[in-house]
Design a protein around this ligand. Structure first.
Ligand SMILES: NC(=O)c1ccc[n+]([C@@H]2O[C@H](COP(=O)([O-])OP(=O)(O)OC[C@H]3O[C@@H](n4cnc5c(N)ncnc54)[C@H](OP(=O)(O)O)[C@@H]3O)[C@@H](O)[C@H]2O)c1
Length: 279
């Protein structure tokens, strides 16, 4: 019988998840369809009930529902419990199980480049939901997490959260500083650059060994990635994180190994289409 999956969020029209998952189903000949639904926060409870009533096997959750959906679930995996947020729901024996693949997806996306993480220093720009998942996953692997955010109180809250989970977390000002000299991994997690905005500061003086990642997924390279490349750093964009969080969600739902290359192609095709047809 055909299975149905989805992503729910507000807004949702930008989501690349349907193209990525459907490319994977097609490649393996799996009888499933992945949909995209706009769900206003006021209608989250009805949406969850509706998805269950319609027999959906699972769904992804994106902004702004990652925390609020927890109230409507039966079970949380350890990853979801620790993060306090859910990006993947599976229906198993009538129960709604909440899981989180964001942090582990990010780690998978950098592992090819930065093998050993323990004892190294990560600087995160931004302290929103994405930063929280990444901070937690990196701290669990023994990295020191230094957080810089436009609103310093949020950086402090996140550093305290990392510390409460047993990790090493600290904060600084959202500007260049001594942190540039000894950073092993720099991750841009703010929404700056999503619409082509310039990045507000230079990375001059950044450590030569730094891997620089901008988690924004966009058809065109962000100004932040351009600046990091100008400084001679190795860089990654947000496609890897999106791909691996999706692959881990797939494996949580369907078991086995997700068809990574088919899913990557599904994602890249959408980005190319966006670049050529929508500018
Ligand atoms: N690749 C992936 O798989 C993936 C996954 C999740 C998210 N993302 C991307 O990550 C970005 C953040 O998502 P999120 O869920 O963390 O959002 P969020 O919870 O709304 O957090 C937004 C962050 O951006 C900062 N920010 C916004 N505008 C800014 C500006 N003009 N100057 C400086 N800082 C600014 C905010 O700082 P304040 O605290 O000061 O407001 C906050 O730290 C989005 O672009 C999203 O598309 C990518």
């Amino acid at each position: 019988m055909e299975k149905h999956y989805a992503v729910i969020g507000d807004p949702i029209e930008h989501s690349y998840s349907p193209g990525m998952h459907n490319a994977g189903y097609n490649y393996l000949g799996i009888d499933a369809v992945y949909h995209r639904f706009h769900v206003h926060p006021a209608h989250l409870a009805e949406a969850v009930n509706g998805l269950c009533a319609l027999g959906f096997a699972g769904w992804n959750v994106t902004l702004p529902h990652k925390e609020s959906i927890i109230a409507y679930l039966d079970i949380l995996t350890p990853q979801a419990r620790r993060a306090g947020a859910v990006n993947t729901v599976k229906i198993h024996e009538g129960k709604k199980i909440g899981h989180n693949t964001d942090g582990d997806g990010f780690v998978c996306s950098i592992e090819g480049d930065l093998q050993s993480l323990a004892g190294k220093k990560a600087v995160l720009l931004g302290a929103g939901g994405a930063s929280k998942g990444i901070a937690l996953a990196l701290a669990e692997r023994g990295m020191h997490i230094h957080i810089l955010n436009r609103t310093p109180e949020k950086a402090m809250d996140l550093a305290r959260f990392v510390q409460r989970q047993g990790g090493k977390g600290s904060t600084g000002s959202f500007e260049p500083g001594d942190w540039l000299k000894d950073v092993d991994l720099l991750v841009q997690t703010t929404s700056l650059g999503l619409h082509g905005e310039p990045f507000p500061f230079t990375l001059a003086g950044i450590s030569e060994q730094a891997l620089v990642v901008d988690i924004i997924v966009n058809a065109r390279e962000t100004a932040f990635v351009q600046e990091a490349r100008k400084q001679g750093c190795r860089t990654l964009d947000g496609v890897g994180m999106l791909l691996y969080q999706g692959a881990l969600a797939w494996e949580f739902w369907l078991g086995g190994q997700a068809p990574l290359e088919a899913m990557r192609k599904g994602l890249k095709d959408q980005l190319l289409q966006k670049m050529f047809y929508k500018g």
